[in-house]
Design a protein. Structure first.
Length: 262
């Protein structure tokens, strides 16, 4: 709607998690570094939490982009409302293993053989679970048992759990204390402060091809917001300003008299 009006090369405020638009705040850099370190050093369990719209999925996309450059194979679970068997079927299928007609024990054996075989070749295997706060206690327990694949020195399956703060509450519960003890690294994302919000907007505009100041969007930077919210509000502000400056009703509509009442 407003891309041509502002002479932009691309839309700066899309709400999809595009890694090229990452705004590297200190907290986001630390979280991404923790995720990458946990995988590359075979630490086993890494957890990242944050409120809706803080950039969790964007960081996952950035991580997967980095991992694609190395000898890493990963399963990415983005629908976490699954039973334990469905969960195992999903990750086995994402690793391109046969799942049709397999029992739970057969799926576990196949996954174990797959992970061990890759480790023996010097390759890394990763399980990424987004929206992990929706996981049931039963599925989280299955995930804990998957970490039993290990040598005396390192874990063979690297697991990243990513979700909203409710995930922290679950992991800190008494019934999941065994799982909590296996977590090697935990990081938390929070909302942007005032300076970060201003920098976030400017960064996105710069990447979209806008070099000058985006007059009319300053009000957006007056709020300490979540990146997702900033994107939505900035897009609305840009569209509204474009509308005030350039929109006129079509001549046919303006010149056409209102219909007569019968």
């Amino acid at each position: 709607m407003y891309k041509r009006f502002y002479n932009l090369q691309r839309n700066p405020f899309e709400i999809t998690p595009d890694p090229s638009f990452l705004f590297p705040t200190k907290r986001h850099n630390e979280a991404l570094a923790a995720l990458y370190y946990g995988v590359s050093r075979h630490k086993g369990f890494v957890v990242m939490t944050g409120e809706v719209g803080t950039g969790k999925t964007l960081l996952i996309r950035c991580l997967l982009h980095l991992l694609n450059r190395s000898h890493v194979n990963y399963a990415y679970v983005f629908n976490s409302r699954l039973t334990p068997t469905e969960f195992l079927q999903y990750i086995a299928g994402d690793f391109r293993l046969a799942t049709s007609g397999k029992t739970k024990s057969e799926l576990l054996l196949d996954l174990s053989s797959f992970v061990i075989g890759r480790f023996q070749k010097g390759l890394t295997t990763v399980l990424v679970v987004d929206e992990a706060h929706h996981l049931s206690v039963e599925v989280l327990e299955e995930i804990r048992l998957l970490t039993n694949l290990e040598t005396p020195q390192e874990k063979l399956l690297q697991i990243l759990l990513v979700g909203q703060p409710e995930l922290d509450v679950k992991l800190d519960s008494n019934e999941l204390r065994q799982l909590k003890q296996r977590i090697a690294l935990r990081s938390t994302l929070s909302a942007l402060d005032l300076d970060e919000t201003d920098g976030y907007i400017r960064r996105r505009l710069q990447l979209a091809g806008r070099n000058g100041r985006f007059v009319g969007l300053a009000i957006v930077a007056a709020f300490r917001e979540l990146p997702f919210v900033v994107d939505a509000e900035a897009a609305r502000a840009a569209a509204a300003r474009r509308g005030r400056r350039s929109w006129l009703p079509p001549r046919r509509c303006a010149d056409t008299p209102p219909p007569r009442r019968s």
